[in-house]
Ligand binder design. Structure first.
Ligand code: FAD
Ligand code: A2P
Length: 329
């Protein structure tokens, strides 16, 4: 049994950048214009993920979003109750300066939600494909199309005000890479010049073909010696014959990540992607004895082996500290 042995020391908590929030509320969305929409996968894949650029010039969103924040999109039409569709949130994939350098164009990384329909009750007769409303609407948009947007949203999943005071471990699964595209670009090519901090970005995807913005991250890693890009491909076999596994297996395997990076007082951790990905990550950190600065474990879990923590227990009894930013959906 491993206890989370280190007590969190708030002296090393970051001061996060100031953000604007809800300048455009869902009750009064504004019209923006799509300017680009292209696949951003590494190859031919069973998934469809698109990099979508939206011009928000002339709206309150212009110049008002920070890397790491989200914005809302309201798809047209009505839901099955005849009510207008609700807003869906999408992470901003742009740096704070926007895609255009002027804060007028923001982008996101949208994955089409497509699946076999799962019956919602024993007598649900529906069959066939389940096609998510907003994600497919967004992926179908063409340059010139208008779209209703809201935001910005989120104040915790952003960079610190003094980026050089920190090192970074960023863990992404799937479209969870979106905010990291913007944050890494801010850190390496933002207004304050490249950060001197060390950045490790770990991207989890099912197949190599599903790696998102892979060219960009490889190129950035070549140009910036303090930026390290790691890929963890869950369904492919690695050179040693084992499967790549999940990002927490990688964290476990890569001793320098947990034994060096996570033990430093200056490191911040950012986790974004699939709901549930924090379970394995938090269990692994606790087991390795590096959770203390990043996780506050409530008394209810005292004496329980981290390997036995359930997703539900983690949700209720494990809170990220100010050095750990979590965004899962
Ligand atoms: P919907 O039409 O809303 O369908 C989803 C719902 O349908 C689910 O709630 C589920 O209950 C149900 N459902 C799902 N599958 C099935 C099935 N097989 N059978 C029956 N019912 C089913 N998404 C991105 O792609 N990129 C991002 O950057 C991104 N960032 C986000 C940031 C935040 C902070 C949050 C909260 C979410 C983010 N999302 C992102 C998710 C996004 O908001 C939407 O939830 C997603 O695009 C699906 O919306 P949809 O309208 O296509 O699906
Ligand atoms: P797998 O699908 O092999 O189970 P995408 O969103 O493109 O599908 O990618 C999500 C990635 O995260 C996949 O590699 C997926 O693996 C992996 N994954 C699924 N569940 C978890 C989890 N609980 N923790 C970490 N990674 C996960």
């Amino acid at each position: 049994m491993t206890e989370v042995e280190t007590v969190h020391d708030p002296a090393f908590d970051p001061e996060l950048v100031d953000v604007d929030m809800h300048l455009v509320p869902p009750t009064a969305p504004v019209e923006a214009t799509v300017v680009r929409n292209e696949l951003c996968l590494r190859g031919k894949s069973a998934s469809f993920v698109r990099h979508v650029c939206i011009d928000v010039a002339g709206t309150p969103l212009e110049g008002a979003f920070k890397a790491g924040q989200s914005f809302g999109i309201i798809p047209p039409g009505e839901d099955h109750n005849g009510k207008p569709h609700k807003v869906r949130l999408y992470s901003i994939a742009s740096p704070t300066r926007g895609e255009d350098g002027e804060g007028r164009i923001l982008s996101t990384t949208c994955k089409r939600l497509i699946d076999e329909y799962q019956p919602q009750s024993d007598d649900d007769p529906t069959r066939g494909l389940f096609v998510g409303v907003c994600s497919n609407y967004v992926c179908d948009l063409r340059p010139g199309d208008t779209v209703l947007v809201t935001g910005p949203a989120g104040k915790r999943f952003v960079l610190p005000k003094q980026p050089d005071r920190h090192d970074y471990l960023m863990l992404a699964t799937g479209t969870g890479i979106a905010p990291f595209r913007g944050m890494v670009l801010d850190l390496l090519e933002g207004a304050g010049g490249p950060t001197t901090g060390e950045i490790h970005l770990v991207m989890g995807a099912p197949y190599t073909s599903d790696l998102l913005y892979d060219d960009l991250f490889r190129e950035l890693a070549e140009r910036h010696s303090n930026f390290h890009y790691h890929t963890v491909v869950s369904r492919e076999v690695m050179a040693d014959g084992t499967r790549g596994g999940y990002i927490h297996h990688y964290l476990d395997r890569q001793v320098f990540l947990h034994d060096d990076l996570l033990r430093r007082d200056r490191t911040l951790m950012y986790i974004c992607g699939l709901a549930g990905m924090q379970t394995g990550v938090f269990q692994t950190m606790a087991r390795l004895g590096v959770g203390g600065q990043y996780l506050k474990v409530k008394d209810e879990l005292a004496g329980v082996d981290p390997a036995d923590w359930t997703g539900e227990q983690i949700k209720r009894h494990v809170r990220p500290t100010h050095r750990c930013m979590l965004e899962v959906y």
